[in-house]
Ligand binder design. Structure first.
Ligand code: SAH
Ligand code: SF4
Ligand code: F3S
Length: 463
């Protein structure tokens, strides 16, 4: 495979032609963040430099999310603005190629083509390695719809992340190890937008992690819609699970911290729980969505576990790693949810205690079984329940932060802060930590004492 790292974008400028620029706007989850970077890498190999200013871009890519109605709607309103931009630029003879990628592209590709003539390219998440080709076709005047699930492995065909670009990105990085989902929770579009579960092989993951480490990355977050369902053939010919993979990645020189997200409670196996016990560099923080606390609703959601199963699992994880902090996702107002069902969600939150959480009103998604169910909850009731749930979750989050004051913690130094002299680091619990003095170089892990809490951050002093 060609090493994209040796191609200097400037060198690629065709004589006389201005350096082409790409603007990527990312919506949705971390997997989209990762994909946006890989798309930028693929385009860099084709001579495109990344820009943060849409006005300067020759190629505009929207990497979209379909998870809730609001997320999907954003695309069309953004395309309205882009239509004007493209028209303005056309007046001065400048061409602008517009592409829609991500989960809305996959779910509504043909509709986008129909509703938004401004769009030149619609490309689904499984076919990003074909993006440079699609851009060439669009520049030649065509419109391209690429939403077939590719038979080839996109990861094999995408250029490896460029060391220079990775270096610029900082000391933490995402690494997608698993894509797609076979779980079919009845509220969720992911199995339809990302296809069935695919794991990347051990060797591919290790090679990418080594490259990130060589570029100065200290903390890697393994990503997957169902990351703990990851399994792959190891060099010994056996099937490995995520626990084993984490141990292997921990051996890579330079890597000081590991995380993974998002996990499904059903895939937390013994080996993974043991990794939390035995692997110090696996951070004591776990995103483990439960969605709801009522068994009836969990069943209707097809989560395939009960509230008691979840509580037992949390107990086992905490037995392995007593200081682990949990975060979660919640949906309120799933069809059929009564006040008593909602109270069960409040109760599981009280029983578990989350340090961070994302909670949403149920949004019926076309094509999912939930959308067809009886007993849709009205929006006011959803809103009111969401408020109560968020008040409880915020209280827990703040109590956790307050409990850290006076305690020692390790912090990964990430970047200078906003105020002069300030530095920002990352705590084991993902919360940013603000330091008033330079306690180390970027990429160092230093010991600090937490002095007070901020709105969404912690303040600390070097020890
Ligand atoms: N694979 C993860 C979730 C990925 S989607 C898991 O199984 O936990 C991220 C979150 O979006 C979900 O956890 C859920 O809380 C929320 N979500 C998904 N579909 C939704 C819908 N239709 N309405 C509201 N929230 C939804
Ligand atoms: Fe969606 Fe459920 Fe799969 Fe998570 S496990 S991505 S919620 S279908
Ligand atoms: Fe959204 Fe697709 Fe991620 S629907 S949450 S961008 S997998």
């Amino acid at each position: 495979m060609q090493d994209a790292g040796v191609i200097d974008a400037a060198e690629n400028t065709v004589s006389g032609e201005r350096q082409k620029k790409v603007f990527v706007k990312t919506y949705g989850c971390q997997m989209n963040v990762y994909d946006s970077q890989r798309m930028a890498d693929a385009l860099a190999a084709d001579g495109y430099a990344a820009t943060d200013e849409i006005e300067n871009a020759d190629l505009v890519l929207l990497n979209t999310c379909h998870i809730r109605e609001k997320a999907a709607e954003k695309v069309y309103s953004e395309l309205g603005r882009i239509r004007q931009l493209k028209a303005e630029r056309a007046k001065s003879g400048r061409e602008t190629v517009i592409g829609v990628a991500g989960c809305v592209a996959q779910a509504e590709g043909e509709e986008i083509m129909r509703r938004a003539p401004v769009v030149d390219i619609v490309i689904g998440p499984q076919t990003y390695h074909r993006l440079p080709d699609a851009v060439r076709k669009a520049r030649a005047g065509g419109r391209v719809l690429e939403t077939d699930y590719a038979i080839e492995d996109k990861f094999e065909h995408l250029p490896r992340p460029r060391p220079a670009a990775v270096r610029g990105r900082g000391v933490t990085a995402f690494l997608t190890v698993q894509e797609g989902c076979d779980k079919f929770c009845t509220f969720c579009v992911v199995p339809y937008t990302r296809g069935s579960e695919v794991s990347r092989p051990v060797a591919q993951v290790v090679a990418e992690a080594e490259r990130l480490a060589e570029s100065g990355v200290r903390e890697i977050t393994l990503l997957g819609q169902n990351v703990n369902a990851w399994h792959g053939e190891g060099p010994d010919g056996r099937q490995w699970g995520l626990g084993e993979l984490l141990f292997r990645l921990a051996e890579i020189p330079g890597i000081a911290r590991l995380r993974y997200t998002t996990s499904h409670p059903r895939d937390m196996d013994d080996a993974l729980i043991a990794a939390h016990r035995d692997l110090d560099i696996l951070m004591p923080y776990l995103h483990l969505p439960v969605q709801a606390g009522s068994d009836r609703i969990l069943k209707a959601m097809n989560r395939r576990h009960t509230a008691a199963d979840y509580l037992r699992l949390v107990e086992r994880i905490r037995a392995a790693r007593p200081d682990i902090a949990l975060s979660g996702d919640f949906i309120v107002g799933f069809p059929g949810e009564t006040e008593a069902d909602f109270e069960a969600t409040m109760q599981i939150v009280r029983d578990v205690t989350f340090v961070q959480a994302f909670s949403f009103k149920y949004s019926p998604r076309p094509g999912t079984p939930g959308a067809e169910m009886d007993g849709h909850v009205d929006e006011d009731a959803k809103g009111e329940r969401l408020q109560r749930l968020q008040a409880l979750l915020t209280e827990q989050q703040q109590a956790f932060a307050r409990g850290l004051v006076g305690r020692k913690s390790d912090v990964l130094i990430e970047k200078p802060g906003r105020a002069p002299g300030q530095w920002v680091g990352r705590s084991p619990w993902l919360m940013p930590v603000i330091l008033d003095e330079k306690a180390g170089e970027i990429g160092d892990i230093v010991d600090v004492r937490i002095t007070r809490t901020g709105a969404n951050s912690l303040f600390a002093e070097a020890m």
